[in-house]
Design a protein around this ligand. Structure first.
Ligand SMILES: Nc1nc2c(ncn2[C@@H]2O[C@H](COP(=O)(O)OP(=O)(O)OP(=O)(O)O)[C@@H](O)[C@H]2O)c(=O)[nH]1
Ligand SMILES: [Mg+2]
Ligand SMILES: [Zn+2]
Length: 311
């Protein structure tokens, strides 16, 4: 008999699927038939956490995934260095959070901007968390304040936070309440620590960042969809190093920088890449100070990597 469910965890070979029962739900351990891998050869994981699936139940009470329902949206990234290919981090989410720490490990604005471009392109509502603000030195506090001003001026939600600051945790809870969200970021920034704090029923392992490299040690190893005690669901994901963009053409990149939308209408050439062309509206807006130097630099860096990918 076929049943409908939602994938709550995937370990590579097994998928845990939550199936609605009379009251509450039960978890069925499922396998994925090989044909799904062939159909989605460019993606490492043809089924992602958050996917809505149809399963059949085997005699030994395990399940078999028969159908993956169309996704409302998803967050996908590519790892460029170790050729892992593409990976869907979560499917069917109302909001995706990029979690960064102001220190240990140090914040990387390029990562935030790549994440935001993916959210724009794949129609996911984003939110930025700058965690570990309790560790911030004076200049880092100023840096965080500047980032808050910058991203809010573009229209993005951004929350400076610390697991030792209740007010910031309540702010995060407000945004999560009643929705399905995902936390994405480098290892060690505190994704799992925040989750453990906002819902004390959840106690997932966390670990110190290395003193030597100031990087996390990849404590969370599988993405998991967690029910929140104040309503809603949150996917905790393992730390990632890179956020490579998937299926975005160089010519359309500026469409995913909201602050460039108006300026790009004034470009002299309609195939303008806004990097060197004469009569470019975006370069003009940048020179006028209407587009921030950091965002424009991110744009150029991403453009270069997309052009390299195209060969
Ligand atoms: N000072 C300070 N430390 C924090 C904060 N948030 C997390 N930490 C610490 O940072 C370390 C890493 O936290 P985790 O929650 O394991 O990080 P993670 O992002 O889940 O890392 P991965 O699972 O490896 O991706 C732990 O030692 C936490 O106690 C914070 O706001 N302030
Ligand atoms: Mg973690
Ligand atoms: Zn231009």
């Amino acid at each position: 008999m076929a049943k409908q469910g939602r994938v709550v965890q995937s370990t590579g070979s097994w998928y845990e699927v939550a199936v609605e029962e009379n009251e509450g739900h039960s978890i069925v351990k499922c396998r994925l038939p090989g044909r799904f891998r062939l159909e989605n050869y460019s993606v490492n994981n043809p089924v992602a956490v958050g996917d809505l699936v149809e399963i059949s139940i085997n005699q030994d009470d395990t399940g078999s995934i028969e159908k993956i329902h169309d996704r409302q949206n998803y967050i996908i990234r590519k790892s460029t260095h170790n050729k892992q290919g593409e990976q869907i981090l979560a499917a069917n989410v109302d909001r995706a959070f990029v979690v960064q720490s102001i220190r240990k490990p140090r914040l990387k604005q390029g990562f935030i901007d790549r994440f935001l471009v993916t959210c724009e392109a794949y129609q996911v509502l984003p939110c930025i968390i700058i965690n570990k603000m309790d560790l911030a030195r004076e200049n880092e506090q100023q840096y965080a304040a500047d980032l808050v001003d910058l991203y809010r001026s573009i229209g993005y939600d951004i929350i400076p936070a610390s697991i030792h600051d209740e007010e910031s945790l309540s702010e995060i809870k407000e945004v999560l309440k009643g929705k399905t969200s995902v936390f994405i970021g480098h290892s060690g920034v505190g994704k799992t620590s925040i989750i453990n704090k906002i819902d004390p029923h959840i106690q997932r392992p966390t670990a110190d960042v290395s003193d030597y490299s100031e990087k996390g040690i990849h404590t969370t190893t599988f993405a998991k969809l967690l029910p929140l005690n104040f309503g809603g669901y949150l996917v905790d994901t393992p730390g990632i190093k890179e956020f490579g963009l998937v299926n975005i053409d160089p010519w359309e990149l500026s469409l995913f920088f909201p602050e460039m939308l108006e300026a790009r209408r004034h470009c002299k050439f309609n195939n303008c890449t806004h990097s060197h062309e004469p009569g470019c509206g975006v370069i003009g807006a940048f020179e006028e100070g209407d587009i921030s130097p950091e965002r424009y630099e991110s744009y150029l860096n991403i453009l270069e990597s997309l052009e390299e990918q195209q060969g």
